[in-house]
Design a binder for this molecule. Structure first.
Ligand SMILES: [Zn+2]
Length: 115
């Protein structure tokens, strides 16, 4: 590894090799070898490790769950359709109670309320 590749572009910190957690949709895939910045914590995974993580994500059904949808309208309220892939992943069924709240102006969090 060349000397300049061990310096963080973001903060001028120094990278060193560590085992770093990697998560997809909030679910940990495990720990993987990464260059981690000692100042800002930026993680850089090699292409080989990224391919390995993609493979694990696919095997565990953590792939392609993100979807675009349009806001609908029911009476005076707006609704959001959740596709079957996401519904299955989150174990959602009609009538299941969820909590909906904004996190800033561009993000809405839908959280399943424990039964
Ligand atoms: Zn950094």
């Amino acid at each position: 590894m060349a000397e300049d590749e061990m310096q963080c572009w973001e903060c001028n910190g120094r990278y060193s090799y560590k085992m770093a957690d990697f998560s997809v949709y909030g679910i940990s895939l495990g720990k993987f070898r990464a260059k981690v910045c000692n100042k800002c914590g930026d993680k850089v995974f090699s292409e080989e490790v990224s391919d390995q993580m993609d493979k694990i994500a696919k095997q565990r059904g953590l792939w392609g769950l993100e979807a675009k949808t349009k806001i609908g309208k029911v009476g005076n309220a707006l609704d959001v359709k959740i596709n079957t892939k996401i519904a299955k992943f989150c174990d959602l069924k009609k009538g299941r109670e969820v909590s909906v709240r904004p996190e800033g102006k561009n993000r809405i969090l839908i959280e399943v309320v424990a039964a």
